[in-house]
Ligand binder design. Structure first.
Ligand code: MG
Length: 269
């Protein structure tokens, strides 16, 4: 049975969730009508996120989406075949392999690295605004180990330390993420295009944080969604060079405005 293909779509909207489509209270209602507008035109909306599959499945149900998705910073891709059966493809080291490596990284750094899965209910609320079942869904990792970021100098040192262990550390909008060596949002998108036999799909990608850089770099059109304080400073150069566009407002409202301004007129009536 072949995998479900995006029917005739020439554009894919591939989007980070936290800090991009979702604000810091996880609201996205300002983009709801634009998501419907895309779906009516056969444009898939493909979440590409640090979140777990069970978190994304919940978001997809709320948003009325059935398109493929990318989880845990590119650790796995998900979709459904033509019979509607779900599939999952892993793209890197699993959590059982990665988890002990966080302790090793912590020892080398000389600073505590507290794993998301070890946060108490109180810490989950304070650091992530998540509690109860929502926190538990975020804590059941399969392809990555998110952790509370260390000091700014520690953050600077982590990527090289992880690379010396054959691993990677990327920075999301609230957490650091320990990933397998070859895992990224950009590679996951490339594998997804191959799997769905859609090399012709033009990708409009949206992100807010350095962990989105590999996704934005492989996109046909890349949009940086700012936070309340403006865009992440790591994107300054690409924005100044106009390699990336800047959404006109933070989060869902800016997401929707950017999607409309890029695609309006390109999709027909
Ligand atoms: Mg983000």
């Amino acid at each position: 049975m072949s995998d479900q293909q995006a029917p005739g779509a020439t554009w894919w909207v591939v989007s980070d969730l936290d800090g991009t489509l979702l604000d810091h209270t996880y609201r996205w209602d300002a983009a709801a009508s634009t998501i419907r507008w895309l779906q009516q035109r056969g444009i898939p909306v493909i979440p590409c996120t640090s979140k777990t599959a069970e978190e994304v499945e919940r978001f997809r149900r709320a948003a009325g989406l059935s398109d493929p998705f990318i989880v845990e910073n590119g650790g796995a891709i998900h979709g459904q075949n033509a019979a509607g059966e779900p599939w999952e493809q892993a793209l890197g080291a699993d959590h059982t392999t990665l988890r002990p490596q966080l302790a090793e990284l912590e020892a080398q750094l000389g600073e505590p690295l507290r794993a998301l899965e070890d946060l108490t209910e109180e810490e989950g609320q304070r650091l992530l605004g998540l509690g109860g079942a929502d926190l538990a869904r975020a804590q059941r990792r399969r392809w990555s180990v998110p952790f509370v970021p260390p000091s700014a100098p520690g953050r600077q040192r982590l990527p090289a330390l992880a690379a010396s262990m054959g691993l990677q550390v990327v920075q999301g909008n609230r957490m650091g993420h320990l990933l397998g060596g070859n895992v990224s949002k950009g590679r996951a998108l490339t594998v997804l295009k191959q799997r769905l036999q859609a090399p012709q799909a033009r990708v409009l990608a949206l992100g807010d944080s350095p962990n989105d850089l590999p996704l934005l770099e492989v996109a046909d059109v890349a949009v940086v969604v700012p936070g309340a304080e403006g865009p992440h400073p790591g994107f300054r150069e690409a924005l100044e060079a106009q390699r990336f566009l800047l959404a006109p407002q933070p989060h869902a409202a800016g997401w929707a405005a950017a999607v409309r301004s890029v695609l309006d007129g390109k999709l027909g009536p």
